[in-house]
Structures are given as C-alpha cells and as structure tokens.
Design a protein around this ligand. Structure first.
Ligand code: GCW
Length: 676
C-alpha cells in the first residue's frame, strides 16, 4: 500500500547529526496540505532515521528546523526571504542550506510537493545541500480512473474500485485518501474518478454528496476531483433530477439542466476540477446525435463550468467504424478530420485530450498529428498507465521510453521546433491551459496496479507530467531506491529489466509499426493477429500472401501522412525516410521488402519475435538473482509474474511467427518457424 512512500530505515544513522530537530508547519488547520506536510515530515524523518521531531504550528524559532508552508505564510512569520524564488502555480522552493530547511510553496499544494521532494531525498540517503525552485511544466496533471459505479473497472487489472460499489460511492474512503497521498507525492493535482463511458446516475443527489466525500478525503493532499459525464444525462431519467426528452446541446432546457446540475455539484464540491467528456465515440451519445458540432457540445459544459473555474477535458478519441474494402479508409485520420475544422471554436476552458497516437495505446504509434493541427485550442496528452494492450500487468513493460518518443517528438509546425511536450504545456502555441491525463485504473489490490513493478509507471507518469524532460532512467532509479532500497544490484537489475521491457514486448507482440497483434475484439490480451482485419475497427494490417502494412501515404494510400506538418509529412510519405519501427504503419510492402537494417520484413518478424521472447526468459533469472535482497513477499509476487511472462512471450512468438509463415509461405532462414 505504501508503494514508494515507505520511509524505510536508512542504514548508517551517523547522518542524523545534520537533521533538523523540529518541524514548523505554518498552518494549523488539520485538513490543509501544509498541515499534512508537517505530519508527513514527522513520519518520514522518524521512519528513515528513527528520529522524533515535534511539529509546531504558526511562528516558531526557525533555526534547526524544517519550515514548511506557503511563501506568503513564511513571509508573514519570518519576514522576506532573501533571494525569493520565482514560483508559478503549484511550484515550490526547497533549500537545505543554512540552519533552516525551507520548503515553501506558491500555494499549499506546492508546499506539500516540496515536503515530499525533501523526504524523497532523505529516503534515498541524499543529504546534499540544495537550494532550488521547481515549477510545473503544465497546470493539468490529472489521472483518469475508468471506474464504473457498480465497482468494476474498465481495463483495470487490480481488483475493484476504491471509489464505487453497487451504484454509489463507498462509505469507507480510506483508500481514496491513501491514493491522494501517493498522487500528491508525484504532483498530480486532480483525479477523474469515474469511467469515460459514464453513467448518468452519477448525478443523483446521493452520488453528488458521495463525490463531495471523495473530494473531502483527497483535498488535504491537494488533489481535486473531476468527473466524466454521459452526454445524454438530461434525458436519462436521473433520480432526483428533471427528466427531459432531449439532450440537444443547443436546447435551452438542456443548457438549464447542466447549469443546474453543475451548480449542485459546486455547492457540495466547491473546488471540483472539471468534466471529462467522451462524446460520439464508440457508441457514446454526443452533439453529433443532433447534428451539432463537437465544439458546441464541449462549450455547453464549458459555459456551465466557467463561473466556478472548472475545465472541460474533451476527448479527441472520436472515430467511426469503417469498411476495409475501401483502400483509403483510415481510422487514424479520424481525430484530425473531426477536430481540425473546429480549431478556434472551443471556449477558453476547454482542453482537447488527445491519446498519444492516432489509434489506441498501441505498443508503438507515431505521434498523433492532432497536437500540431489545432494551435488555437488547448491540448493535453492522454497516456495509459494501465497497460491495456501491453500485457495487463501480467507482462512487465516500463512505459516512459514509449511516452518519450511522443513527448519529445518534433512535429515541425510552421517549420519550427514544435515538441509535443511544449505544445501540451501551452508554450509552443501560447495557450494558457494544457497538460497530461493518465489512465491509471488503480484498484483495491494492495499493490494498487496488480504488480509491484508496474508502479514505476505511475511514479514516472507524475514526474513527466511535472517535467516532461526528466530522464526515464533517473526517474526509475529514484523509484527503485524508494521502493526497494539502496542495494546497487537491485537498482542495476531492475533498471536493466525495465529498459529492456518495452523493446522486448514490442518485439514479440508486433514490430515494424504493425501495432500490437493482440486480440482486439474481446480481451486485448494475448496474440490474435487475424483479429486485426476483416472488421470495422480499423486496426488493420492488410496482410495477405505477399504483402503487409497500411498504405497511409498521400500518393497512394489513406493520406494520413498528410495530416502532419510538411516536414514530418514528407518524412513519413517516403519509404526511404520512414524509420523501420514505423514502416508498416505507413507503407504497404512485400514481405521480401528489405529494411534499413538489411533484413527482409518477414525475416525481421521472425528474428524479432524470437529475440523478444528470449529477452523475456532472461527476466526470470534476473529477478531470481534478487532473492534475499528484497522482501520475500514482493519477490515472490513478481517472480510469479515474470515466469508467466516468460511462458506467454513464447506463446506470442509462436502464434505470430506461425501465422505469417503460413500466410506468406516464406521459410525462416534460421529454420525455427513451422513444421520441420
Ligand atoms: O481502447 C478503448 C478501450 C475501451 C476504452 C476506450 C476509450 C473506456 O478498449 O475500453 O473505453 O478505448 O479510451 O474510450
């Protein structure tokens, strides 16, 4: 449950001398993040060093103490800070130089973030003298939890909801508060608690009160609550609300309905973060149902939220089923087709929430071109911590290297440097809002995500939302030290496994940009290459006896490459400049096509699937080598998963290599595939 906030004893108590002897938390209201910061410091210093520090509130002698509070509170208590730092919203100043440790937030939440930063240093045995300000890259640092009101979780792999059961909010919200604590330590500032495939009964008076209880439980940690809405709620017979016969976003009664419900919510949750909306997507109702535009739908909520400072996260994941017999049909085109014409029409408090790739959380996708194509709109990136297509935490995949391929991608809008991370921060197109949404789907399982190692993904998600330039290896190693201690063989082994994990999974599940060749129709788990084609979902491979891949060129294909700004468009348009790892995403080629690596497509398929499965075998012995170096319980739990993954990677390898061997009839040069 404690995840990376264990405050495990640090060997070598000789460090103690340099530790503060008391804590001053400049706020005595027990529900304030500054108060919580004081408690957290007390607990942490005691856990790590066995030293008891008393917490004082209000003005108290600063010498020899840790002072935590807002910059304003500090100034009031102790006078101006020399060299006062430049802090933006949620930012903090941390100084361990001099006789006082200063942890000062731009706001209360920032002060708590600073306390967690200091404790993270201490827990890692880092007692160096530092003094710096840290500010977030972007204001929106949210998680999405696809929790249904009955307590189940869509694409969750760690048990039931910590928020809902039997249609209502659970009475015991201890886990919600514990989750908020974890999230505060990685500087996440809001959680959307229910599934994007939303249920209107979230809006009954009883459930609005329940949301209030969740918000009360999370508020001391600086975490706000947001909710997903069902677009057709006004006509869904919500108990306790008026029942209309329409949900047309331009209808006066519908506008009044949402205004009223929004008012009820803010009465109970004055700091509600906002609404997340999945409209006209995968069977969900939306404005298009009434021939209205997606922007008219988004602005309906924007106007209701505006007086309260709330935000609408409007999802770009809108697409229709398509007919594969049409060579030019392409689901990847959908988001830009829908949203680009609407750029400039969204209200200022609307943020377009864009999945990192144009299809759906695949093992590798090109960056969504939509980030570059709506410069007059606020944008946020949607990442998936819950590894729906990536092994569902029965396989181990450390995701930040994948995310970085998108965050660091240069879309070259107007032939100018246009990194995705600078677009979502608002800097590139001068937007005031933007950021990240991570689909986490924690559950009641003690590990939160269903596997201990998977928690590195949540930890790193928060770090990247704050600073997308953080290095995946450094973040990971901080996490390992906090989670498993300072033993260098533990750090080295988990680092190696983590960094090899995404390439391995890509190699055995679908390389060369073909997508995760998973069962896309039902489970999203395990190999099923034939399920990609012959249906309307548009995750096609177009594989036949001789050829494979989607032709997404402008010259002869779906035209998707043309959705990128010109420099990137011409890179992907041209087979010679398309990287091998996205070849089959953009081009339809013969199995005998020769890659930049020198191998043919089919031979590379064979080779990489064997290589990926081979790597997965080594994870077992690597993990076994840690026996005795971490506690038995977590060691056993993860070993079970690594053994499963090793076996299942062979299932993947054989299913896919045999499938393409049968289809193409081309033998494996190394003679590993087929009957022999
Ligand atoms: O990939 C699909 C998932 C759905 C999910 C949808 C979405 C919540 O399989 O389970 O629905 O994406 O992101 O809306």
């Amino acid at each position: 449950l404690a995840a990376w906030l264990r405050y495990a004893p640090l060997p070598g108590a000789e460090h103690r001398a340099s530790l503060p002897s008391h804590i001053v938390a400049l706020n005595s209201t027990t529900s304030s993040p500054v108060y919580i910061a004081g408690q957290e410091l007390e607990k942490g210093i005691e856990g790590i060093f066995g030293k008891q520090c008393k917490v004082h509130h209000g003005h108290y002698g600063a010498a020899g103490s840790v002072v935590v509070g807002t910059l304003d509170e500090y100034t009031k208590a102790y006078g101006n800070l020399t060299g006062a730092p430049d802090l933006t919203e949620d930012g903090f100043w941390l100084s361990t130089k001099g006789s006082t440790v200063q942890i000062l937030g731009q706001n209360e939440r920032g002060a708590l973030y600073g306390a967690f930063e200091y404790l993270s240093m201490l827990a890692q045995g880092n007692l160096t003298q530092v003094a710096y300000a840290s500010n977030p890259s972007a204001p929106i640092r949210w998680t999405n939890e696809w929790n249904n009101l009955d307590g189940s979780i869509e694409r969750g792999f760690a048990g039931n909801s910590i928020f809902f059961a039997d249609g209502v909010i659970v009475s015991n919200l201890t886990r919600a508060a514990e989750y908020a604590r974890l999230l505060a330590s990685i500087r996440i500032n809001a959680v959307v608690v229910n599934n994007v495939n939303a249920n209107a009964s979230l809006l009954t008076p009883q459930n609005i009160d329940g949301l209030g209880r969740i918000a009360d439980a999370m508020r001391p940690y600086g975490v706000q609550v947001g909710i997903s809405l069902l677009f057709s709620s006004p006509s869904s017979a919500v108990q306790g609300q008026t029942n209309l016969t329409t949900f047309d976003p331009l209808d006066e009664s519908v506008i009044a309905w949402w205004t009223n419900v929004t008012e009820q919510i803010y009465e109970r949750v004055p700091d509600m973060a906002g609404y997340l909306v999945k409209a006209n997507s995968e069977g969900q109702p939306g404005p298009i149902t009434y021939n209205r535009t997606l922007s008219q739908g988004a602005n309906l909520f924007a106007k209701a939220l505006q007086p309260y400072g709330g935000i609408v996260m409007f999802r770009a994941f809108v697409y229709n089923q398509l007919n594969e017999s049409d060579w030019r049909a392409d689901r990847a085109n959908a988001a830009v087709d829908f949203f680009q014409p609407l750029d400039g029409e969204f209200d200022a408090n609307v943020v377009i929430q864009i999945k990192y790739g144009p299809i759906d959380f695949q093992v590798r996708e090109p960056t969504s071109p939509l980030f570059a194509d709506i410069p007059k709109s606020n944008t946020a990136i949607e990442l998936q911590i819950s590894p729906e297509y990536l092994g569902q935490n029965c396989h181990f995949v450390y995701l930040p290297p994948l995310w970085k391929t998108v965050l660091d991608f240069d879309l070259r809008a107007d032939n100018t440097t246009s990194l995705v991370k600078d677009i979502i921060s608002g800097r590139r197109f001068n937007r005031s809002l933007g950021g990240s949404a991570g689909v986490v789907n924690v559950g009641t399982n003690d590990t939160w995500l269903g596997s201990h190692l998977a928690m590195s993904n949540l930890y790193a998600y928060g770090r990247l939302a704050w600073n997308p330039s953080d290095d995946p290896t450094m973040m990971l190693q901080d996490w390992v030290r906090l989670t498993f201690g300072l033993d260098s063989s533990v750090i080295d082994t988990i680092t190696q496994m983590s960094l090899e994990s995404w390439p391995a999974y890509e190699n055995y599940s679908g390389n060369l940009g073909i997508q995760t060749l998973i069962d896309i129709l039902y489970t999203h788990f395990g190999p099923n290459p034939q399920s990609q084609d012959g249906n309307g979902w548009g995750q096609w491979t177009r594989a036949d006896g001789e050829t494979i891949g989607m032709d997404r060129t402008m010259s002869n294909g779906t035209g998707f490459s043309g959705q990128y700004p010109s420099e990137v468009a011409s890179m992907f348009e041209n087979i010679a400049t398309t990287p091998d790892n996205l070849l089959l995403w953009f081009h339809h080629v013969n199995y005998t096509h020769v890659l930049k690596s020198g191998a043919t497509v089919i031979q590379d398929f064979y080779d990489q699937h064997f290589a990926g499965a081979d790597t997965a075998q080594t994870f077992v012995s690597m993990w076994e080598s840690l026996q005795g170096k971490i506690d038995e319980e977590r060691w056993n739990d993860q070993l079970f998963r690594q053994v499963f993954q090793a076996g299942h990677s062979i299932v993947w390898r054989d299913a896919i290599t045999n499938f393409y061997h049968n289809l193409s009839g081309i033998p494996d040069e190394a003679n590993r595939v087929g009957n022999h």
